[in-house]
Design a protein around this ligand. Sequence first.
Ligand SMILES: Cc1cc2nc3c(=O)[nH]c(=O)nc-3n(C[C@H](O)[C@H](O)[C@H](O)COP(=O)(O)OP(=O)(O)OC[C@H]3O[C@@H](n4cnc5c(N)ncnc54)[C@H](O)[C@@H]3O)c2cc1C
Length: 410
Amino acid sequence: MRHPIQPEEGKIMEEEYDVVVVGAGPAGSTSARIAAEGGLKVLLIARNIEIGVPDKCGEFLPTLEEMRRLAPDAADLEQLFDPPGWCILNRTRYVRFNFNGMREITVPFRGVVVDRKLYDNHLAREAAREGVEISLLTSAIDLLPTGGVLARRVGERLEIRSRLVIGADGAYSLIARRAGLPVSRDPLDYSVGYQYEMVDIEVDRDYVEMYFDRRYAPGAYAWIIPKGEDVANVGTGIRPPYMEKGLNIRDYLQNFLSHSPASMRLIRGEATAVKAGCIPVGGPMDRTALGKVLVVGDAAGHTLPTVGGGVPPALICGRIAGASAAEHLNEGGTLYSYEANWRKQIGRVLENSLRLRRMADLLLGSDEAMSLAARRGWIGEEMLMRLILCRMDYKMSIVEKALQIYKKFR
Ligand SMILES: Cc1cc2nc3c(=O)[nH]c(=O)nc-3n(C[C@H](O)[C@H](O)[C@H](O)COP(=O)(O)OP(=O)(O)OC[C@H]3O[C@@H](n4cnc5c(N)ncnc54)[C@H](O)[C@@H]3O)c2cc1C
């Protein structure tokens, strides 16, 4: 661990906590709530002016039934995947994939589109109702050598002492880096998302649309996620190493708006919000707990690398983080149970998703590979269902092997 900050630099908060949770996204609020339910004194710090603001999200979540198929080993999903009606803007029934404007395949997969600001607020309120204290406009700037964090709150420096720190501070987590946890520096392990909330466009409320095409989403995909009759989140994801020189991510979104098969439906639209952010797509970190620190959610690489969806794993792992913190501090066990538990409940899904993302990289990065896949019938409804549900069965393993051989000899 690095300890560059001297204690006298910060004003010491009189209160001492069992746990300080850094970041009030889904992972932070969920872990804070569960830790408080376990009898711990918890402080949740958020640098935001308001929880959930700014949101950077397509706002799509699988329904409870789909989560049961996606993460069959995760416990008590019904306690996590039942957002209140007032957070839900739309319910979708299908995902439509489009490959290079040439091939379109639709698969049944149900989801809810939530208002992320309301949803994050709801999760933080649930935490507060369990006794979690919340400190807004408070940024963690380092870990304290004796336990806790050094933070800045409206111009003053605070030493917030605690027995444990939960880093739920999102992609490229400061807490993970300061704790010496193995944060990836490989640019291929990060996707950047850039999205407009658009109005006055033609959308089908039942369909989430995903467009795979290097011209507007190199290394990832572009999307349309319907929020209402004529409103949707329209965005693109890219991975920087795949970008063409001289183009920035706004250019890619503009390409999508102007030159994709969806253009005619989007052309009249106006953007009412811009949302952008980084998404870890390199799979979970090899180690997510060290000393008096554990990390969770995007901070730990708990996202589905295939689609960049991070809210479901943040909720599942957030609950495990809170419970492990309570067990560790109340009963004195090691934090190893945290690592072991999230791997047991969702580790396989995240690892499969990473393998599938690597397969997709090979396919989408080359027209030859795409035509090989088309000839062999690898891109069909059955395969895409496996992709969505992160299933690496025998058939997928054969395709994976074939793609690896293709890569070696091309
Ligand atoms: C454009 C885009 C679209 C996306 N669409 C979807 C989608 O449709 N569905 C889906 O499931 N996922 C989606 N994601 C991913 C999803 O948003 C994240 O995976 C999810 O928010 C992770 O939750 P989290 O709690 O780990 O982190 P976050 O939600 O990122 O929360 C981290 C919080 O920590 C705060 N913080 C950071 N540093 C500090 C600090 N030093 N001190 C105090 N606070 C700090 C941040 O301000 C933030 O509030 C999308 C991401 C992007 C960028």
